[in-house]
Design a protein around this ligand. Structure first.
Ligand SMILES: Cc1cc2nc3c(=O)[nH]c(=O)nc-3n(C[C@H](O)[C@H](O)[C@H](O)COP(=O)(O)OP(=O)(O)OC[C@H]3O[C@@H](n4cnc5c(N)ncnc54)[C@H](O)[C@@H]3O)c2cc1C
Length: 424
């Protein structure tokens, strides 16, 4: 096995979480190596940003780049009933500053992820593509690096003081350590594809995310992108989508399009492009955020149902937070697991708040409108959480939602694994 020289930090995966962490660590002056399995640009799902991605993007120095990009500007979200009736769009500028948080973007991941990577390399991070991490190097209860295979097929060891797992929902380290825990209820299937030339709404509504409901608490996303493309997908229980024995993603998708007149009408003007994708049973939580020498970031730590587009915000924010804490640990020469307890607490707090709204969304006969009609003073809380301002005390909101739907217990996950217990 070929031995590479030791790095301060090795990052598994160069998606948004890995590139964010790499950029911040490099900015702090650390020696950081990103091992990315795929060649970029590459396809990825996850194309709608939340308003509160603004702060971490600003920290990364990417706001101007985003403003100059071709990415479609997103000012609002709207909901469509199963009968095709559109709600009043919710405009972020009704609550947030117009020059910052109130406008976000619909992105194309092949372009966005290259932009994120270029930002990390411009600050001094080293990124290699075509290298797949196969194993964590575990020594005396701590992670001391990774074993990986490069494009030449040769196995290599990359040693590091700290390994960040940013491998996405494949969650490399959580799988290896058997830390993956399914969400008790969120267990949906998504089927999606793309259309060119599909109908867009006018003016500032042209970039709106539309969530269009179908029966059985299923829903479509409709995300306008640049180059006249629209990303459109349906999410629901697997047993609903595969009813009548239909398994082919294209057949499922085309059947479900007929379930919502708004979606049907908007797609009718366009041309379907490329394959129909499918993914299933994807929500999970990692029992621990890490152990000595290892920290989980982004989807590798937790993947929630995508209904409120929280994944990229959490991935980018956690990349920045992880990098800042690892930096402090490197400077103070203390990377003990305990120092990441607060990182995990903050992340879990945000995830649990978002998760409560996701559960409410799927509860039978629930609507946020009902809650707001009865408790108008809580409209701002709902907006904040849905916009990604998730680290707040929403206890009044949960009490109000309990009048209409059950609110899930918080899951006891996320604390770093204590050194003595490793391998126990
Ligand atoms: C159907 C669906 C719809 C979604 N819609 C949205 C949305 O609208 N808005 C939103 O914000 N989020 C959405 N998401 C979530 C979003 O895709 C993720 O939250 C986001 O991609 C997480 O970024 P990440 O960097 O953590 O992981 P990823 O983007 O998955 O990046 C991980 C990287 O790690 C690499 N990698 C994996 N394993 C290895 C290995 N062993 N060795 C080396 N490299 C490796 C991969 O190649 C990849 O490049 C959606 C997800 C799904 C499934």
């Amino acid at each position: 096995m070929k031995q590479e020289h030791e790095h301060e930090v090795v990052i598994i995966g160069g998606g948004p979480s890995g590139a964010s962490a790499a950029a911040i660590l490099a900015e702090h002056g650390h020696d950081v190596l990103v091992l990315e399995r795929d060649q970029f640009p590459r396809y990825r799902i996850g194309e709608s940003l939340l308003p509160f991605t603004y702060e971490p993007l600003k920290r990364l120095g990417l706001i101007e780049t985003m403003r100059e990009s071709a990415f479609v500007k997103k000012y609002s979200v709207q909901f469509i009933s199963p009968s095709g009736r559109a709600s009043q769009p919710f405009y972020f500028f009704n609550r947030y500053d117009r020059d910052t948080v109130a406008q976000t973007w619909q992105i194309l991941r092949s372009e966005f992820d290259v932009m994120m990577e270029n930002n990390a390399t411009s600050k001094g991070a080293h990124v290699v593509h075509g290298v797949e991490v196969k194993e964590l190097i575990q020594e005396d209860g701590r992670v001391a690096g990774v074993r990986a295979v490069g494009p030449d097929g040769e196995a290599r060891e990359y040693r590091a003081r700290m390994v960040l797992d940013c491998s996405g929902k494949e969650s490399f380290a959580a799988r290896q350590n058997r830390w993956r825990r399914k969400d008790p209820e969120l267990n949906k299937v998504a089927v999606w594809t793309y259309y060119r030339g599909a109908k867009r709404d006018e003016g500032i509504d042209a970039g709106a995310t539309t969530v269009a409901m179908i029966r059985e608490k299923g829903w479509f996303w409709y995300i306008p992108q640049h180059n006249d493309m629209v990303s459109v997908g349906v999410v629901a229980e697997g047993k609903y989508l595969s009813r009548d024995g239909v398994k082919d993603p294209k057949a499922i998708f085309e059947r479900e399009v007929k379930q919502n007149p708004w979606i049907d009408e908007h797609l009718a003007a366009g041309q379907q492009v490329g394959p129909h994708h499918i993914t299933s049973e994807y929500s999970f939580h990692a029992e621990h955020c890490g152990q000595e020498g290892l920290l989980l970031v982004g989807d590798a730590f937790c993947f929630l149902d995508p209904v409120f587009s929280s994944g990229l915000m959490l991935a980018i924010k956690s990349g920045v937070m992880a990098a800042d804490e690892v930096h402090r640990g490197l400077v103070e020469n203390d990377l003990s697991p305990d120092r990441f307890a607060e990182y995990a607490r903050l992340l879990r707090e945000g995830i649990e708040n978002m998760r409560k709204l996701v559960y409410a969304f799927y509860a039978p006969n629930f609507s946020f409108k009902q809650v707001i009609e009865k408790h108008p003073d809580l409209a701002g809380d709902i907006t904040d959480c849905l916009s990604g301002d998730v680290n707040k005390d929403f206890s009044k909101l949960w009490e109000a939602i309990k009048e209409f739907a059950s609110v899930p217990e918080e899951l006891p996950y996320g604390a770093p694994k204590a050194p003595a217990a490793v391998g126990a």
